[in-house]
Write a protein that binds this ligand. Structure first.
Ligand code: DUT
Length: 243
C-alpha cells in the first residue's frame, strides 16, 4: 500500500465564532508528505494550536481546504479520521490509576507488550522501570508524583500506542531536557517510517532537524523551509532564533 499521512492545507482561513470574526488563520497553505516531520514555530497567539486542530477537524475552515491523503477532511468519517491521528496536547492529563491504565487510556485491546513498546519509544520506560511496581505503579492522589517531563513522556507514549498515521505534538516537549527530547525524536524517526509528525515548538532547537519548518506570524505563514533556508530568508524565524 502507498504511504499514508499526507497533509495539505490549501488557502485555509479560519476564525473562532464570536471572536469578532477576526481570522486566526489567513490563507494558510503548506503540505506535509507521508513520513515527514514538520515543525511549527511562531510567537504566542500566532495560531499554531488552531492550525493543528483543523487536521482532526475539531473545527471547520471558513474557506480553503484541509486534506488528509488527498481527501478533504469534510468528506471523511470524523471517527475514522481521528483514529488515525495521535495528538499530544500542551497540558498532559493523567488520571488516578496505574501507569498502564494511563497509557492505555481506554484502548482496552492494548497488550502489555504494546504499552511497553510505546513507553520505550517515548523514553518513558527507563523511569517507569525504576518504580518497584513498574507499570502497575499508581498515579494521582495516593500515587507517585511525576515531574513535568515524565508526564509529557507518558502523554507521548499514550498517543503512540494507537499507532497513528499522523502524530501531532502540541508544544509537549518543553519540560524535557534537550538530550531526552533528541532521543525521543530519534526513536520516533525509526518507528516513524511513514508516520507524519507535526510538531509545535517554542524552541527552535526542537525543530531544527525537521524536514521542514512552518513559521506562523499572526495567522499567516511567513516562511516554510529547513532551518538553514529560514535563517537565510525569514526575518520572523531569525527573530525567534535570537530571542
Ligand atoms: N483563540 C480563540 N478561541 C480559542 C482558541 C484561541 O479565540 O478557543 C484565539 C487566541 C489567539 C488566536 O486564537 O488570538 C490563536 O490562538 P492559538 O492558541 O492557536 O495560538 P498559538 O500560536 O498556539 O499560541 P500559544 O503558543 O500561546 O499556544
Amino acid at each position: 500500500s502507498s504511504p499514508k499521512g499526507r497533509i495539505d492545507f490549501e488557502n485555509v482561513t479560519f476564525a473562532y465564532e464570536g471572536a469578532g470574526g477576526d481570522p486566526v488563520l489567513k490563507n494558510v497553505t503548506f503540505s506535509c508528505l507521508p513520513g515527514e516531520t514538520v515543525g511549527i514555530i511562531g510567537s504566542t497567539g500566532a495560531g499554531k494550536s488552531t492550525l493543528i486542530s483543523l487536521v482532526p477537524r475539531f473545527y471547520d475552515t471558513i474557506s480553503g481546504t484541509v486534506k488528509v491523503d488527498g481527501v478533504d477532511v469534510k468528506e471523511l468519517d470524523p471517527a475514522l479520521l481521528r483514529n488515525r491521528i495521535g495528538i499530544v496536547p500542551q497540558k498532559t492529563i493523567l488520571f488516578s490509576g496505574t501507569i498502564s491504565d494511563n497509557l492505555r487510556y481506554g484502548l482496552a485491546s492494548a497488550t502489555q507488550e504494546e504499552i511497553e513498546q510505546a513507553a520505550v519509544m517515548a523514553e518513558a520506560h527507563p523511569f517507569i522501570a525504576t518504580f518497584p511496581e513498574g507499570y502497575a505503579t499508581r498515579l494521582g492522589q495516593k500515587g507517585v508524583n511525576l515531574s513535568g517531563g515524565q508526564k509529557q513522556r507518558l502523554s507521548i507514549a499514550r498517543a503512540l500506542i494507537r499507532r497513528p498515521d499522523i502524530l501531532i505534538l502540541d508544544d509537549c516537549t518543553s519540560a524535557l531536557d534537550t538530550a531526552t527530547e533528541t532521543r525521543i525524536k530519534e526513536s520516533l524517526k525509526q518507528y516513524a517510517q511513514g508516520v507524519t509528525c507535526l510538531m509545535i515548538a517554542q524552541r527552535i532547537s526542537s525543530v531544527m532537524d525537521a524536514d521542514k519548518i512552518i513559521v506562523l506570524d499572526d495567522g499567516e505563514v511567513v516562511g516554510v523551509g529547513t532551518h538553514d533556508t529560514l535563517m537565510a530568508s525569514c526575518r520572523v524565524y531569525v527573530e525567534i532564533f535570537q530571542s
